[in-house]
Every structure is written in C-alpha cells, then in structure tokens.
Design a protein around this ligand. Structure first.
Ligand SMILES: [Zn+2]
Ligand SMILES: [Zn+2]
Ligand SMILES: [Zn+2]
Length: 317
C-alpha cells in the first residue's frame, strides 16, 4: 500500500507506542522501519546483492556494537562469535537490539551445537538483564525464521525488545497465573507440566510439550521442570540441549516451516507468580479472520497427534 505504509521521509529514530482505547491493543507506529533492508524480499531474490550487515567483515554496516563474544579483535571488527547491536531501524528507540547468533550466514541456532547454543543463551540472558536494569518494564526476545514468519534478513539473529509497559500477552499470562494461584494455590505452569499426559514431547530438566489448546500446528513449549519465574536465574545448560533438539524436531515435523520463537520471562516488577518459558510457533498457515476478529485460533492438527510427530522427530543425540 504505497503512500499508506511507507514513508521514506522519516528517520529511523524509533517508533511511538500507542494504545487503542476501545480494545486496549497496542501498536508501535514506526515508519522508519519501512526503510530497513531485506534480503528475503522478492526483489532481493531476483538478484539484488546488498551485502549482509550481519556477516563477518560487514561490521561497519551496523550501529556500533553494545556487546559481543569475541576471542580476539576490538569492537566492531571481525573475530566475534556472537555480536549485539542496536537495531538500526528500531521499533522503539534505545530498547530494540539485534543479537547475531554467529558470523556464519547459514548457521541456524541448532547448527551451533550445545556449547555454541549455550553461549548464545548466555548472551540472550545478559541482554534481557541489561534491558530490565535500564528501566524496561519487560523484555521480549523473539526469533523470526523465514519470510513466512516476518523475517527480513536471513542471517540468523534474535531481536530483543524492551518495553516501557508490560506487553498484553505477558499481562494475560500474569493474570492467569494469579487466577490459578488464588483458586488452587501454586503455579499454573508447574501444574500444566505435571498433567501434560500424552502431549509430552520430552521430559527432563527442561520439559517440552504441546499445549492442549495449541494455537499453531506443531507448536511446542519449553520450560524448566523446577519452578522459576525469571530466566535471569535459569540453568541454561539443560536449556541449550533441549532447545537444540526442539528446533530440530519442529523443523523435521513441519517440513522446515517458517518459525517464530519467543521467550517469556517475569517483568521487572513481578507481584504475583510466574514461570519463564519458550514458545515455538511454526507458521504452516497464515493468521486469518477468526484469529484477527475474535482472537480465537483454529488448528487442524490435534495437539496429541502433533506431540506424537514431535516425539518421533526428537533427536536422541
Ligand atoms: Zn550474513
Ligand atoms: Zn511453576
Ligand atoms: Zn508465554
């Protein structure tokens, strides 16, 4: 929609968070992001060859780094293993970071091995802590994989968004935790893991399961079996092994579908109870009118059958 959604006059200084008073939904109005590069865009596929800003050697194409794992070399030079830069086209100024998982343009998270993935998770956690320490009310970490999941650059990376308010989905979860605690006592997510039955995909220090009311076919949740609200206190080593296997299993069970992944952790000021977790959402179908008009998902794969397929694809090694 030329003239409606794009405006090259705007600078990429960050958007404005607005709330619709009729339904309470939030929108970030960020015209500057329309100018961001995309190597997944049809034009790029047709032959445009913009250099990838996340590849080693192209450090000058990003804003100066704010964090990195590098055995040698100085800031903004090559030699890094993981690199964190402010998003050049931030949704919200100062609160939107990109975590580049590897200098390798092709290496997905599951290709980094358990040790490499552990190092990435440590950086995720460090940056979440930095956002919360800097005054964000909550920090949301997301990975978009594939154009069908909204990714604009194919080089594997995560985005971390600090927000001055608790996002509505996290707020909904906090209310459900509170409601459960008032009614039954304890933690709703601990109860969910205990009662998962045939929707279990993997049982270990990190549980992996399909929610009974999964919103996406092949949706998979990961959480520590031992109750813990805040990922800043998580034991990341078992998570690295479980997440690597989960990514392999989801990819195999969905035929390499586009994927969104997000991490939910307690907000800066937690009043009730919470239990941190990761949600993996394969994008086999697009969001349609029922989702948008009623906020009701419709899946055509039984969660129990999806769990069986994911168990069959779960790597043993
Ligand atoms: Zn690259
Ligand atoms: Zn719990
Ligand atoms: Zn969640």
């Amino acid at each position: 929609m030329r003239g409606v959604t794009t405006n090259d006059e705007h600078t990429a200084s960050g958007g404005e968070l607005r709330r619709n008073p009729v339904n309470g939904k939030l929108t970030i109005v960020a015209p500057g992001r329309a100018a961001r590069p995309s190597d997944l865009h049809a034009a790029a596929a047709a032959g445009a060859t913009d250099p990838c800003p996340f590849c080693a050697g192209n450090e000058a194409l990003t804003p100066p780094e704010v964090d990195a794992v590098r055995p040698g070399g100085g800031p903004d030079s090559s030699g890094w293993r993981i690199r964190v830069v402010p998003n050049k086209y931030p949704a919200l100024a100062g609160m939107h970071e990109v975590i580049v998982h590897s200098p390798d343009h092709e290496a997905e998270l599951e290709d980094l091995g358990d040790e490499g993935l552990l190092e990435v998770l440590e950086v995720w956690r460090r940056r979440i802590a930095a956002q919360l320490d800097a005054g964000a009310a909550a920090a949301t970490l997301i990975v978009n994989r594939g154009p069908g999941a909204g990714a604009s650059l194919s080089h594997p990376h995560a985005q971390l968004l600090g927000t001055p308010v608790v996002p509505p989905l996290l707020l909904d979860e906090l209310l459900e935790f509170e409601r459960f605690r008032n009614r039954y006592g304890g933690c709703v997510l601990c109860a969910e893991i205990d009662g998962v039955g045939d929707r279990v995909v993997h049982a270990g220090d990190i549980a992996a399961w399909v929610p009974a009311a999964a919103r996406f076919p092949g949706e998979l949740w990961l959480a520590p079996k031992i109750h813990e609200p805040d990922v800043r206190r998580a034991d990341l080593r078992p998570l690295a092994g479980a997440l690597r296997r989960a990514l392999v299993a989801v990819d195999a069970a969905t035929g390499g579908a586009a994927l969104n992944l997000w991490l939910h952790t307690a907000p800066a000021e937690l009043r009730g109870t919470y239990h941190w977790h990761l949600e993996l959402a394969p994008r086999l179908s697009s969001i349609a009118g029922l989702e948008l008009g009623a906020d009701i998902a419709l899946v055509t794969v039984e969660p129990e059958a999806a769990a069986e397929a994911l168990r069959a694809s779960w790597p043993q090694g």
